[in-house]
Design a protein around this ligand. Structure first.
Ligand SMILES: [Cu+2]
Length: 257
């Protein structure tokens, strides 16, 4: 009897999950090889795909019930190489990245693994919001690529162990404060072969980087819009304040390219 009861409970859970159909990072693709979520991604229950709500929610870091670094293997990656985060709305590897009504941006950030995500340790390596030319959001790109999001590890960061956090931010309920949904997951990586010439700046905390009333967090995708203000500080290697830099510095920056 007890077994039966458990089974029907499970069936109910599965129904709820597919009805909501959110997302998680299920796999990684590195050098053409698919690496299952169990290895290098901070753990979450198999069928888990629910969002984090609230910009000050501690689960915003990695959406993992086990924040022990030893819970997860560390993936060796070359600085400057590209790894692919693969989002899926359920456990099927062929399921969508995310329900297409979950319009919104995505971000990828890194932090020194030893900090375990705490404090002002994070820096963005990728952000994509809304492109007015194509009228596509980042989640449209992810869905067009069957859940895959390519991320390039900066070539010039110091070698070492990092948490890499990929996130979809869904805005379909974000017309009022608190409606925004976060879908982060964290990968443990060991970067080698980098030039180590540039220490990441613009470090920020998670939670902390987003505030409930930010224009990027309260945004109505059901009303007309022509642009979307991406949240948080600039991406590593890109200046957010080009205009305020001196001519000399701009010339120097150009030479670095
Ligand atoms: Cu959802």
């Amino acid at each position: 009897m007890a077994g039966l009861h458990y089974k029907s409970l499970l069936a109910a859970l599965v129904l709820v999950c597919s009805a909501y159909a959110h997302t998680h990072i299920r796999n990684l693709v590195v050098d053409g090889k698919t690496l299952d979520r169990g290895l290098y991604i901070r753990p979450y229950p198999e069928a888990f795909n629910f969002p984090v709500k609230g910009t000050d929610n501690p689960d915003l870091v990695c959406r993992s019930p086990n924040m022990n670094a030893a819970s997860t293997k560390i993936l060796d990656v070359k600085a400057g190489s590209t790894i692919t985060l693969e989002f899926h709305e359920d456990t099927s590897p062929t399921s969508r990245g995310i329900n297409e009504k979950h319009l919104g941006p995505c971000t990828v950030a890194m932090s020194d693994l030893s900090a375990n995500g705490a404090g002002n340790v994070w820096f963005y390596i990728f952000k994509q919001g809304y492109d007015p030319a194509t009228k596509k959001w980042c989640i449209d790109t992810i869905n067009a690529n069957r859940g895959k999001l390519d991320v390039t590890i900066p070539a010039n960061i110091p070698d070492g162990e990092y948490l890499l956090r990929g996130e979809i931010i869904a805005l379909h309920l974000a017309s009022r404060p608190g409606g925004v949904e976060f879908y982060p997951n964290c990968v443990q990586i060991r970067v080698s072969g980098g030039s180590g010439t540039t220490k990441p700046k613009n470090l920020f905390a998670i939670p902390g980087v987003y505030q409930q009333t930010d224009k990027s967090m309260v945004f109505n995708v059901n009303a007309p819009y022509t642009s979307y203000p991406l949240p948080g500080p600039p991406v590593f290697g890109k200046s957010g304040s080009r205009c305020t830099r001196s001519k000399k510095k701009r010339a120097a920056a150009k030479r670095e390219l």
